[in-house]
Design a protein around this ligand. Sequence first.
Ligand SMILES: Cc1cc2nc3c(=O)[nH]c(=O)nc-3n(C[C@H](O)[C@H](O)[C@H](O)COP(=O)(O)O)c2cc1C
Length: 431
Amino acid sequence: MKKMRLGLSMRYHGYHVAAWRHPDYVPGCNVDFRSYRDIARAAEAEKLDMIFFADGVAVRGTDQPEGALSHDMRNAELEPLTLLSAIAATTDHIGLVATASTTYNEPFHIARKYASLDHISGGRAGWNVVTSWSDQEALNFNKTENLPREERYARAAEFVQVAKGLWDSWDADAFTYDKDSGQFYDPAKMHVLDHHGAFFNVRGPLNSCRTPQGRPLIVQAGASNQGRDIAAQHADVVYTVSQTVEEARSFYADLKARAAEFDRIDNAPLIMPGITIYTGATQEEAQARFDELQALIDPLAGLNILYTFCGDLSGYDLDGPVPEHIFEDKITIGSGLLAKAKAENLTIRQLYESTAAGFTGRYIIGTAETVVDDLQHWFETGAADGFNICPPLLPQGMDDMSRYILPELRRRGLFRTEYEGETLRQNLGLS
Ligand SMILES: Cc1cc2nc3c(=O)[nH]c(=O)nc-3n(C[C@H](O)[C@H](O)[C@H](O)COP(=O)(O)O)c2cc1C
């Protein structure tokens, strides 16, 4: 029976905007290695495929409405590759995936760092390829504004091609370490990339051996046509933010069809929509956990989340309708939000409340049975190969997975009881 793939998204210790105001949130955990380590180990004890850190290279929030920025927990975190390198040393099986920007990095740096993480972890590294979308990031990299989308994606496409080329610098058996002859490597098995393109000139080769996974896993997150094309050609896993099963099925079908155009039929990318789960022993308990966090939402923080996707809505009645114009020219991931606002006739307050509950992603409130019914439905009807679990609050959200969700998934034969392989690629069943 086909098994569901499951990852744990760990950023900010929670995907509820008010996670940090919860009584159980430990101040300082955002920069406390031991806290991340313990959550990663708990996820590994449950045989999850991977942990994931999303990332940005700036304080990306804007102080809109005024004062909002200082109410936002997303201002201080650890650099994810450094963090994953440390976690690699204290875990043995779980996949280690982090975002790195193609807009504000050089391919050689990224290829080298992820190759190193793949070696350090014994074949568990994954790179979430993103294009950076904020002007705040531009300001940290000698620019006054972000690159236009077309250019960002053209750069991203070439960036991935170069990184893959660098990872192919060496055959697996290139390094002979032949002490008798004095030859360290076989020159016939070293390949100089010598790339010349619109954005990058990179000679190579990479100063590393071929990595345990052949190359680190490539994950892609970005829903536009350009993003999907990169995913179809290069990604092993795709993260999405689909809100409804119909939207997810259409994305799934589209991406698998695009992958087929690159002759990727059996090895098409695995698609893992994000989901935030509120659960408990009973429906009432699950609802109470949700309500407890919702009651902690600061309206300033709520409007601030919407600002990224919709612009400044502070001039509108919070209990009035969401204005129509806001999604024009906005990034694609915002369009699902508008669809939801329209379909459910939401007010601005309701939109930010529903957005705050999963940082714009989909959320669900229910017992193990109802949550797993939902996941199974998506999994078995062509909407998902698995899920990127984005808990409302950590480590509590991982405890809830262990106590409620994973036993039910296993009871139905939907999730593994042991890791099947040594590397992330093997555990995901990828070639
Ligand atoms: C599920 C998902 C996860 C993402 N994670 C990150 C991230 O960690 N860091 C980042 O800078 N951008 C992230 N992005 C943003 C995308 O890379 C991209 O810039 C954005 O979605 C706009 O492009 P699009 O119109 O193709 O969606 C993410 C997007 C999605 C859909």
